[in-house]
Design a protein around this ligand. Structure first.
Ligand SMILES: O=C1NC(=O)[C@@H](c2ccccc2)S1
Ligand SMILES: [Zn+2]
Length: 259
């Protein structure tokens, strides 16, 4: 049976290299971002996110997180400009989070961890599909958004209200008319070339990490931690700490869209 990767001591991030040697590659993600180490790039155009809520299809517990999947058979939900060239289509978004509020994000900022990180995953339409694009160096673009403790996030509440139907691994349900742009903070971004942060860890991601966090309330946070890594009938194990720690920068440049 294929090796089941996860986030536990026996199958977590420091074990992934045995089945996915690229884990020690030159452009792995996430990274610790030092804002002072990023270089302002005046050529970076503002990110252009255009999402059509009617493309939203379903919400799924995939056993590592939950994801909201979008129809990607047209250019109606796309990412353009910023550090990328061409048109990238939104495929899905998902989150990573911690067991408690002092950890959970994958990227860190000068060593600071956030309790949550949102990933909006897009693929380059110069390739025929997400699967094809995922193996190309310019195949994917992921927008990372940090979440901090604060006021309740009304946009997030719609996602949380669907959790009752997807508590166990493998559960999915229809999820319609959601615009992920409502989860977007300002437009200051930090960009670098990296990888998927879970196996197969493919080095195909243009990372666009937004500097400003959005807020989530403690009550809302608790809802995330009620989802299960495990399937129905298995001993329940809550999804927490589903994040990979920062990886070596290995000489990569981080570009900032701001001074
Ligand atoms: O940003 C990322 N977060 C993840 O969970 C990784 C992933 C892996 C496969 C598909 C989509 C995303 S890459
Ligand atoms: Zn992710």
């Amino acid at each position: 049976m294929a090796h089941a990767w996860g986030y536990a001591a026996n199958n977590g991030p420091d074990k992934w290299v045995s089945n996915f040697p690229v884990a020690d590659g030159p452009r792995q993600s996430p990274i610790d971002i030092l804002p002072g180490g990023a270089s302002y790039d005046s050529g970076l155009k503002p990110l252009r996110l255009k999402y059509d809520p009617s493309n939203c299809l379903e919400i799924l517990n995939n056993g590592h997180s939950f994801q909201v999947t979008f129809a990607d058979d047209s250019d109606s939900s796309t990412l353009k400009e910023g550090p990328i060239s061409g048109v990238y289509r939104l495929k899905q978004f998902h989150f990573h989070w911690g067991a408690c509020d002092d950890k959970g994000s994958e990227h860190t900022v000068a060593g600071t961890k956030f309790p949550f990180e949102l990933h909006l995953v897009h693929w380059n339409t110069k390739y025929p599909s997400f699967g094809e694009a995922a193996s190309k160096p310019d195949g994917l673009a992921v927008v990372g958004v940090f979440l901090k403790i604060g006021d309740a996030n009304p946009s997030l509440q719609k996602v949380l209200d669907a959790f009752n139907n997807i508590r166990a691994k493998g559960k999915q349900t229809f999820f319609a008319d959601f615009d992920p742009k409502t989860l977007r903070p300002g437009c200051l971004d930090l960009d670098y070339d990296g990888s998927l942060t879970t196996p197969p860890l493919l080095e195909s991601v243009s990372w666009i990490v937004l500097k400003e966090p959005i807020s989530v309330s403690p009550t809302q946070m608790t809802r995330f931690r009620g989802l299960l890594f495990t399937g129905e009938g298995e001993a329940p194990c809550c999804i927490v700490d589903n994040y990979r720690p920062p990886q070596p920068l290995k000489g990569r440049q981080v570009r900032a869209s701001f001074k």
